[in-house]
Structures are given as structure tokens and as C-alpha cells.
Design a protein around this ligand. Structure first.
Ligand SMILES: [Zn+2]
Length: 354
């Protein structure tokens, strides 16, 4: 890497003297000239000697394996933070993930999206909004109790400066286990001690209906039991939100039934700026935006889910609304364009400035 330096020092100043032009400042000038003198005097031997101690001060163990999974952006004056809760690996998706497509069709979609056909990752992303009324969460992730690769929400929240005790409202899209289990720990202790819990009225009515539970197939019954268990400790502070209502000024609920009986999305607006917290109206964009008519195995009323999906996506396309998808790849937000019979995801550009 380090080329033998011209010992006359002529080559180094030729490169460095471009800097004082950018920062015309006497002190900088002096510094630059000192550096030039050092380079000229020490030549190629000085540089490696200066680099080595710095490298030795950074042992491998001190370097995080990955950056914390949170991403912020603004909607008007509001700050949105998407926080990653890890992922679940859906086994054998070509056979099991879509009810109304053949395994070769699903395999083609997976390959087209560069997804693993042996085990498809389903990421989990929780949205937080710092509003004038405090910190709001939309869903709460898995609580680390559903998949060995999931459960990073609380650690990533702390990394983002979002203390669970500071959350004063949790609004739910629906009650599937990957969205509500983070309400309590494995010992069923409360994780959000100061939060009002807002639930879509229709979703609450379904999952709290003992008749529906007794009629449900064995595989779905666990969902009812999980709902009772997670919401139990919060019973005194649950608010039921009617469809298409105002969660608070600037945040509207949109009835997006189909994935579950009361599935609800939230449109957050501030001034002319808006973002849609979509929930599970679509699963992964590579599968479910590309193929909006596919019946994902988790869609409880798949025909209604398709109608809802197309209606909401058409609105998102027409109004160019930035959208957050719970199962989209982190940081799980961007825009949607029409693409043939389906839709295409355009991730929002990453910005270091919030
Ligand atoms: Zn989900």
C-alpha cells in the first residue's frame, strides 16, 4: 500500500497543498506545513510506525459485530425510529408459504428476490414515533420468545435512546404472536410499565371471544391463549379504537382487515409530510408486492386480504406515501411503485442527517 516516498518531500506537498485552499486559515496552514515537514523528514518509515500503536489499541473484541438495528427519519416535525427485532426463518417456503401458487412459482419469486428457498427470512421491525404526546410504539415484536434469531428489540431500543419505560402508548396493528409477544417477558412481566395500550376494536373482539377460540382449529388456538396472556397484565389500561378513527391528532387508523379480522394500519401526518405504518398488509416485498394476489399462509381471510392490499397499495402509490412494512427488510421503509400487475419496492435513501 505504502509506496516509497520521494525523499526530497516534493511529492507529498503536491498532494497536501490542495487542503489550505478548502480551509483558508492560518492555523491550518501551519499544521499542514508541519505535516509536510514530518512526511519529508520521516519519509516511508515514519508512517507505518505511527499507524501501528493505534491499531494495537483496538482489540477485535471491542469492535461490535454489527451496528445497532435502528434507523431514524423525520415526518414533518415528528421523529420516526424503526427498530429491528431480528428475524424468523420460515422453513420450506416454496411448499408452505403461499396457498394459491405452485412451488415452482414461489421458488421463482424467491430466486428473483435473492431469498433463500430452503429457509426464508421474515424480518421484524417495530416503529416508534416521538410525538408531542410522548413516545408511541406500533407493535412490540417477539419478546425474544419466538425464534432464536429474534428478540433484539429492547437492546436496539436502548442503543437508540428509547427506554421502554418512556413509551407511553403502544398501538397494535393486529394480535399475531410476532407483534404482541414483546408486551411481556417469558415470565409474563410487563415490559412497558407506563404505556396505554391501544387495540383495534375488531381485533380485540375476535381474539377475546371465547366462542371463536373454541371453534378455532388447534393450530390457531395458541394465538388466542397468547393474546390473553400478553394483554392480561395490562387489562386496566386498554383502549379499544374503532375502525378509521383518530388515534391522536395527526395519527389516523385505517381498517385494513383480512390478514386478521381487525388488522389496522396507521397513517401519521405532520404538515404535508406523512408515513404509513402498514403492519402486515404485505409480507416481504419480494414476494407480496410482486405478487399482491398471493394468499400468504398467515392471511386469515386471504380473499379480503388481497382486496385490502391492492386498495391500500394503490393509495400509497398515488399519494407517494413513505411506508413502513413490519416484515420488510430493515430499515423497512420506502416507497411503492406500480409494476405490471403488481408493485415494486423502492427503499428510502439512507441519511446520516435526521
Ligand atoms: Zn407479522
Amino acid at each position: 500500500m505504502l509506496q516509497p516516498v520521494d525523499r526530497t518531500g516534493l511529492e507529498a506537498p503536491a498532494v497536501i497543498t490542495t487542503l489550505p485552499e478548502a480551509q483558508p486559515n492560518r492555523n491550518t496552514d501551519v499544521m499542514i506545513h508541519r505535516r509536510i515537514a514530518l512526511l519529508a523528514a520521516g519519509s516511508s518509515i515514519a508512517a507505518p510506525a505511527l499507524l501501528r500503536p493505534a491499531a494495537a489499541q483496538a482489540p477485535a473484541a471491542a469492535v461490535p459485530a454489527q451496528a445497532p438495528g435502528f434507523y431514524r427519519f423525520r415526518v414533518g416535525t415528528l421523529t420516526v425510529t424503526v427498530v429491528h427485532d431480528g428475524f424468523f426463518v420460515f422453513p420450506n417456503p416454496t411448499e408452505r408459504f403461499v396457498r394459491n401458487a405452485t412451488p415452482p412459482q414461489v421458488e421463482e419469486a424467491l430466486r428473483g428476490g435473492f431469498l433463500d428457498a430452503a429457509g426464508m427470512r421474515s424480518p421484524f421491525n417495530v416503529t416508534f414515533i416521538e410525538s408531542p404526546r410522548g413516545l408511541i410504539a406500533f407493535d412490540v415484536g417477539t419478546g425474544g420468545q419466538l425464534s432464536p434469531q429474534a428478540g433484539t428489540l429492547v437492546a436496539n431500543m436502548h442503543a437508540a435512546g428509547l427506554d421502554p419505560a418512556r413509551v407511553n402508548m403502544v398501538a397494535f396493528t393486529h394480535f399475531h404472536a410476532d407483534h404482541i409477544s414483546g408486551l411481556t417477558t417469558a415470565q409474563n412481566e410487563v415490559v412497558f410499565p407506563n404505556a396505554e395500550i391501544v387495540v383495534p376494536e375488531a381485533e380485540w373482539a375476535f381474539w377475546m371471544d371465547d366462542g371463536a377460540m373454541s371453534r378455532a382449529p388447534e393450530a390457531v388456538r395458541g394465538g388466542f391463549m397468547n393474546t390473553h396472556r400478553r394483554f392480561g397484565p395490562y387489562a386496566a389500561r386498554i383502549r379499544r379504537l374503532p375502525p378509521n378513527a383518530e388515534l391522536m391528532p395527526g395519527i389516523a387508523s385505517i381498517a385494513t382487515f383480512g390478514h386478521t379480522p381487525g388488522h389496522t394500519s396507521y397513517l401519521v401526518a405532520d404538515g404535508a409530510d406523512q408515513v404509513l405504518v402498514m403492519g402486515d398488509v404485505t409480507n416481504r416485498p419480494e414476494i407480496n408486492l410482486r405478487h399482491p394476489d398471493w394468499h400468504i399462509v398467515f392471511d386469515m381471510d386471504p380473499a379480503t386480504a388481497v382486496v385490502t392490499r391492492r386498495r391500500l397499495l394503490d393509495r400509497v402509490v398515488a399519494d407517494r406515501i413513505r411506508t413502513i412494512g413490519y416484515h420488510w427488510p430493515f430499515p423497512a421503509n420506502g416507497f411503492v411503485a406500480k409494476d405490471g400487475e403488481g408493485y415494486r419496492f423502492a427503499p428510502a435513501d439512507w441519511s446520516p442527517v435526521v
